[in-house]
Ligand binder design. Structure first.
Ligand SMILES: NC(=O)c1ccc[n+]([C@@H]2O[C@H](COP(=O)([O-])OP(=O)(O)OC[C@H]3O[C@@H](n4cnc5c(N)ncnc54)[C@H](O)[C@@H]3O)[C@@H](O)[C@H]2O)c1
Length: 315
């Protein structure tokens, strides 16, 4: 199949591209490199299935029109977005335009060219977890930040195209994702930041009291889930979670990574009002509809990430 991956030069995007190329699909990548890197795709430089890398903006209507008309795509994995919660509070304009308006422009081309869209949302749309069984897709959402609000808005636009135009659309909500190729900024980047600081013997700053929890998903499991959602008709018109099904407090995470306790400092949260105290995923629906389950546990994922950082890739 011919497939478009927006944000394909980013952290998760490059793993989605890798899996699609591994299945011998013809992949086109669109990324404006505002946070991604062309070098994230170096591994596939000589892969004949990588059709094209296009450096461009998802808000550029003309570029999109041309790309879709020539691309003959069957699926669009739409990952291109501004991803940082804290930045979205400081600069809501950029997040809104990229994540809402940009998604609308991509959706319009999907509608006109009859292309399935896999819309990459996030667990950050949810209110804090209060159920021991974790957050299901029926759990209340809460626009705790402009990032969350933008994802909720874009999800609804995407689903409206399913209801109004019968366009195959699926909304995926991965929980905080980590692993090789992640930068040290942004949500989920916490694993990369902690490992890097440990290796350098640097002080580790934890926002607030560190009791907030995250459900951390290893990036290859995340990419596998996202890719599968594109090929399954079962999930069209659905919202589907993916996570590890285990949450860990940030204090505990520092211990698992092996940070010296003396190096941990609790600092004032930049935007405490947008912190989600507990995030724990219930991925039963992904198992039922996609037969998906995470394969990499936290300890193994941390080991793989540490190995990658030790090889000097982050600097
Ligand atoms: N990292 C996580 O924990 C996590 C969890 C759930 C969902 N997500 C979502 O997954 C997607 C990928 O996130 P990531 O962590 O790989 O971040 P990332 O920043 O590495 O990937 C996003 C990519 O989109 C590109 N981009 C941004 N604005 C663009 C624009 N206007 N036009 C074209 N390209 C643009 C960036 O350059 C970047 O390469 C995002 O939609 C994010 O919201 C991330």
């Amino acid at each position: 199949m011919n497939i478009l991956v927006t944000g394909g030069a980013g952290f998760i995007g490059r793993w989605v591209v890798k899996q699609l190329l591994g299945k011998h699909h013809h992949v086109t990548v669109l990324d404006d490199l505002s946070n991604g890197r062309k070098s994230n795709l170096d591994e596939f430089k000589n892969n004949p299935f990588l059709r094209k890398f296009v450096e461009g903006d998802i808000k550029d209507e003309h570029l999109l029109k041309d790309l879709f008309e020539k691309g003959d795509f069957s699926i669009c994995y739409h990952l291109g977005a501004s991803i940082n919660v804290q930045d979205s509070i400081d600069d809501p304009y950029t997040t809104f335009y990229n994540d809402v308006v940009g998604t609308f422009q991509v959706l319009e081309q999907c509608r006109k060219n009859d292309v399935k869209m896999v819309f990459m949302s996030s667990c950050m749309v949810y209110d804090r977890c209060t159920d021991i069984n974790g957050i299901t897709e029926r759990h209340p959402t809460k626009p705790a930040s402009p990032y969350a609000a933008s994802k909720i808005a874009a999800e609804n636009m995407a689903l409206s195209y399913f209801y109004s135009y019968d366009l195959p659309v699926v909304v995926v909500r991965p929980f905080n994702t980590y692993g090789p190729f992640q930068k040290t900024g942004g949500e989920g980047g916490v694993v990369a930041i902690f490992i890097q600081n440990k290796l350098k013997g640097k002080t580790l700053n934890i926002y607030g009291d560190g009791t907030q929890t995250r459900d951390l998903l290893y990036v290859e499991d995340c990419a596998n889930f996202v890719v599968q959602a594109g090929f399954s008709e079962n999930v069209n018109g659905e919202v589907v979670n993916a996570g590890l099904g285990r949450d860990i407090s940030i204090n505990e995470l520092a211990k698992v990574i092996g940070t010296d306790e003396k190096e941990i400092k609790h600092v004032k949260h930049i935007h405490p009002q947008s912190e989600i105290q507990k995030l724990l995923c219930n991925y039963e629906k992904a198992t039922n509809l996609l037969n998906w389950k995470p394969k990499v546990n936290l300890e193994e994922g941390i080991k793989r990430t540490e190995q990658w950082i030790k090889e000097g890739h982050l600097n």
